[in-house]
Design a protein around this ligand. Sequence first.
Ligand code: ATP
Length: 256
Amino acid sequence: MIQFNEVGVVYPNGFRALKGISLEIPKGQFVVVVGLSGAGKSTLIRTINNLVVPSSGEVLINGRSITKAKGRELRAMRTPIGMIFQTFNLVKRSTVLRNVLSGRLGQANPALSLLGIFSEADIALAHDCLRRVGIPDKAFVRADALSGGQQQRVGIARALAQDPEIMLADEPVASLDPPTSHAVMSDLKRISREDGITTLVNLHFIDMARDYADRIIGMRGGEVVFDGTPAEATNRVFEEIYGRPIDKERDLRGAA
Ligand SMILES: Nc1ncnc2c1ncn2[C@@H]1O[C@H](COP(=O)(O)OP(=O)(O)OP(=O)(O)O)[C@@H](O)[C@H]1O
């Protein structure tokens, strides 16, 4: 369970990116956060692993404040939180397997992993993660030799190798074409379901939010302006979140 208690973020330039957000996200829920660019979606999900430190309020994970955690405790609380990025953030010249194994760094023996030595169990787990995202045959290929969709699958496998309780995905499909976007979202949803992983995904596209979310959170100007099911998120609701009419070209990514 993730709890946001009156979370506010003011960036050093004085910009108020989040204005007193309070939310409860139960274990295993697949949440899609929507809103225009600048609405505060990335800021919101980054407060969950304390990559962005709230200026007021706090985020609790299973009742413990990650906002107030420091040093070793903060590292331990981050270990079961996987993150997936728009631009994949892979080490391009490394193999796919090495990239996935980097997800084990939080749990592995620090001295050995610094030398690039992982246990048999970690290596077996990394192969299994690649199998689960449908690219078991790519383990020994260089990451930059893969297509965008395959690179994002490596990103998901790396997060999965952390054995996460929570996955945060910041615009995971923004760099992908529509069919690949749906394939990647399907993988993410299936894995979240199978493992009971609480997942928050920032998305720009309305149809994908409706297709995959258990719950949609709409943000505008650093505030939550909608919180409900996909069925409740009508076109009218989206127009309120976006502050403008829906534009098919910009806001829809085609049927699954
Ligand atoms: N480090 C920073 N310093 C100052 N302002 C920032 C910083 N990071 C983000 N912002 C501002 O905070 C607001 C919210 O940013 P955020 O990235 O959370 O929005 P977003 O909804 O995720 O948008 P996008 O879809 O473009 O990523 C934006 O107006 C942004 O310019």
